[in-house]
Design a binder for this molecule. Structure first.
Ligand SMILES: [Fe+2]
Length: 381
């Protein structure tokens, strides 16, 4: 078996385990209004592999064209454009499960002939959904899912500070012919970055709490009860852990930075500051964050540039010089080069190991509140 075929099998185990956490009735819920009902994703991760491989790698007749189409694409509507379908509009779990089983069987029979690039796309696409499904599951009632309650965290405010990053060259993207990357990771190029200062730690809940006390709206993951703040974790609520990173939207992150007289880092600045960083709290290690000062710093003394929450940048998502869309998946990146999506870097506790590579780029709308994403600030020296 090819290495990528093993990776696909491991990724399937990962998404299967996620769906196994759910109370069966929850499969027809839509926990996030701007996304499909969960049943869609059960079919989507398989239909995607099927459509990709049998239409673009090895021509194979369809055994279920209706499902191939129904489960082909997710959605990312403009504000106010949420879908209005009903649970009864979707097929039964059994029908989807039998479609899925056949897709896997047929793909596995072909796997030796499938070019590695297609298998890599299938693996990473599925693992991205393992993360974005966690965002959706996060918003189900706790009783609809089984898992470990958040680890109790002590209330421990900690002092953040700014670290100076000297002027230097940021290396972005990846060279062609050196392992898998998505279309938006090419071409490799460099940028001269003047000296700047950046937060040593991700902005913590305690720092953001000051902003909320000054009148800012609380982050989406916070709940107030009788004047006390709690954090809504994946499987339970805990008193707001003051030393965990705050997860906010891009708009909230920008507003906080402006309030402090600073800004969000650019993608280039992020690359400079993250040099020599190892991953902390990533690759499905936990469901929830850990304190912002855990782990070892990178070369410049900055903590957690990879893992424990994506980080918003001020960079609008766009193509690198030399960008070429994948002919078999033309919309993967290009559909989002619309000036409305911002680059996120790093990774969250639910980001798979393969996507913790330096060149990986993620992106979301400025006001999408469901992502495990925080931020840090930059200022001129
Ligand atoms: Fe997808």
């Amino acid at each position: 078996m090819k290495r990528e075929a093993h990776a696909l099998e491991a990724a399937r185990v990962r998404t299967d385990a996620l769906f196994d956490l759910l109370d069966p009735a929850a499969l027809y819920e839509r926990p996030v209004p701007e996304r499909h009902r969960l049943i869609f994703y059960l079919g989507h991760v398989e239909a995607f592999d099927w459509n990709l491989i049998t239409r673009h790698a090895i021509e194979t007749p369809s055994f279920h064209p209706e499902f191939d189409k129904l489960f082909a694409f997710g959605i990312d509507p403009e504000p106010g454009g949420a879908p209005a379908d009903r649970p009864s509009d979707w097929p039964s779990r059994e029908e989807v499960a039998s479609y899925n089983a056949r897709v896997r069987r047929e793909i596995d029979e072909l796997s030796r002939e499938i070019p590695s690039q297609f298998l890599n796309v299938a693996v990473e696409h599925r693992l991205m959904h393992a993360e974005t499904l966690a965002y959706l599951f996060h918003h189900l009632p706790f009783e609809s899912k089984n898992g470990p309650a958040p680890e109790a965290a002590e209330a421990r405010p900690l002092v953040n500070s700014m670290v100076e990053i000297p002027a230097g060259v940021a290396v972005l993207g990846r060279p062609r012919g050196d392992g898998f990357g998505w279309d938006n990771e090419f071409d490799r190029h460099t940028a001269e970055v003047p000296a700047f200062r950046i937060s040593r730690y991700k902005i913590s809940n305690s720092e953001y709490l000051e902003f909320v006390r000054q009148g800012a709206a609380p982050p989406h993951f916070w709940v107030e009860r009788d004047g006390r703040w709690f954090l809504r974790g994946m499987f339970g609520e805990v008193p707001l852990p003051l030393d965990w990173p705050v997860y906010v939207t891009h708009a909230e992150a920008s507003a906080y930075a402006a309030w402090r007289g600073a800004a969000l880092p650019t993608e280039e600045q992020f690359h400079r500051a993250s040099e020599g960083s190892g991953a902390v709290n990533a690759d499905f290690e936990r469901w929830d964050p850990i304190p912002v000062d855990a782990g070892a710093p990178g070369r410049h003394g900055v903590f957690q540039m990879i893992g424990n929450g994506w980080e918003w940048t001020s960079t609008v998502f766009g193509p690198f010089p030399g960008f070429e869309r994948f002919p078999f998946y033309p919309g993967y990146s290009a559909d989002f080069f619309d000036g409305k999506h911002f680059v996120m870097k790093g990774g969250s506790p639910r980001t798979a190991w393969c996507m913790l590579r330096e060149s990986f780029r993620n992106w979301f709308r400025a006001d999408y509140p469901y992502v495990y994403a925080g931020f840090r600030m930059v200022e001129a020296p």
